[in-house]
Design a protein. Structure first.
Length: 145
């Protein structure tokens, strides 16, 4: 018997980034110790954090600077006590908008070789969510509308 999915989940062909994204962004600064990042990832059961840095001269206004994934932690596991998020994060982030078609987002993620895309509010550029490969898998598995 085929899975029935969820009546609230659109099909992959009709889904947008907003349909798949996690509507919160777990962040750290480039100065955050890598061991602290590992503790946060483990405690929150997530695979990535967005590394934020100040935007301009206002220390309270921040922008997404990079993404630090569990793969980055694994790569630097022997030095987790010595490194910071800024030392190992990937500074090239894939920025998308909530209304981007999920199929286009998936294509862009494959082309960029990334497992996470940052969803930004169009008017402010503020991160409002994250789309991961697992989020896309959920739409593929359950999307039926």
């Amino acid at each position: 018997m085929a899975p029935t999915g969820s009546y609230t989940t659109p099909s992959f062909e009709h889904a947008t980034a907003a349909d798949a994204m996690r509507p919160y962004v777990l962040t750290c600064t480039p100065q955050t110790p890598l061991v602290t990042v590992a503790q946060r990832m483990a405690g929150e059961h997530v695979h990535a954090l967005v590394v934020m840095s100040p935007r301009g001269t206002d220390a309270h206004e921040r922008r997404a600077w990079g993404v630090l994934t569990d793969r980055d932690l694994l790569t630097h596991a022997r030095h987790v006590e010595e490194l910071t998020a800024g030392d190992v994060a990937t500074p090239a982030i894939l920025e998308i908008r909530p209304d981007d078609r999920l199929s286009d987002v998936a294509d862009r993620m494959v082309a960029a070789g990334t497992s996470h895309a940052i969803v930004e509010e169009p008017s402010s550029g503020r991160p409002v969510g994250v789309v991961s490969t697992l989020d896309i898998a959920g739409i593929l598995a359950w999307g039926r509308a």
